[in-house]
Design a protein around this ligand. Sequence first.
Ligand code: 2AM
Ligand code: CA
Length: 271
Amino acid sequence: MHLYDYAKSLVLEAGNHLRQWMTETLDIETKSNPNDLVTNVDKAVEQFLVDQITSTYPQHQIIGEEGHGHDVTALEGVTWVIDPIDGTLNFVHQSANFAISVGVFKDGKPYAGFVYDVMADTLYHAKAGFGAYKNEQLLEPIEDTNLAQSIVGMNANWLAGKKISPVLTPIIQDSRSARAYGSAALEIVHVATGQLAAYITPRLQPWDFAGGMIILNEVGGIATNFIGKPLEITHPDSVIVANKAVHETILNDYMMPNYDFLAPWHKNYKQ
Ligand code: 2AM
Ligand code: CA
């Protein structure tokens, strides 16, 4: 079977298991802090994906949120970047609004992206160079907007007294309104469908953005960090994803004037 078709079937199969497993016992643990949760289902979905991929393609590399391949630096061959549940807090508190996110890279270059909104049964998918789809529907290229007429995705926690709020608050003030969905992968595909004009967040891991970024590329969306550098799957980064015009406005008018504050912000990302 073709790698793209294999990956697409695998993501859907993982979603089927997930819907079944979430009806069984849920064990919740904390990770880095009391609000950073992981469940037995996150771990089981990642293990399922890893077991399937390694038995089919033993030579492929896998980077996964729940422990696989965090030390991967060389990107020769095929690399899968997996988040078994993006939006774990939504999974735990809402039993909805979370996604399985998978990005597949060949020699470090985007090959295919999948973001599966499991409870809505909506699969966003793209093979690089062949367009992006929401289920069977081809997505149109996204249109430019003005920030003043744009809805911007941003998690309100970043605005609530955090050091970076002086940089981010003016963007929200100058936009039409802000929204927060709680799953970076879903917010990125909402930019790809045009439902959001931008999604901005000061820190994401590669598995949060890898799948969505490949889908976004296919509809002409732009993804960089806060100082205009491309996102890479070997390290975490700040993220601006947006249509071309809004991306340019956010980067040039709001981020670059704060360059001296923002450049050191990224230093401790490469640990
Ligand atoms: P998660 O659910 O897999 O943890 C919430 O705003 C979004 O940001 C989710 O996609 C969440 O992923 C991600 N996220 C939350 N805290 C994060 C952190 N400290 N670093 C990177 N990503 C984070
Ligand atoms: Ca995640």
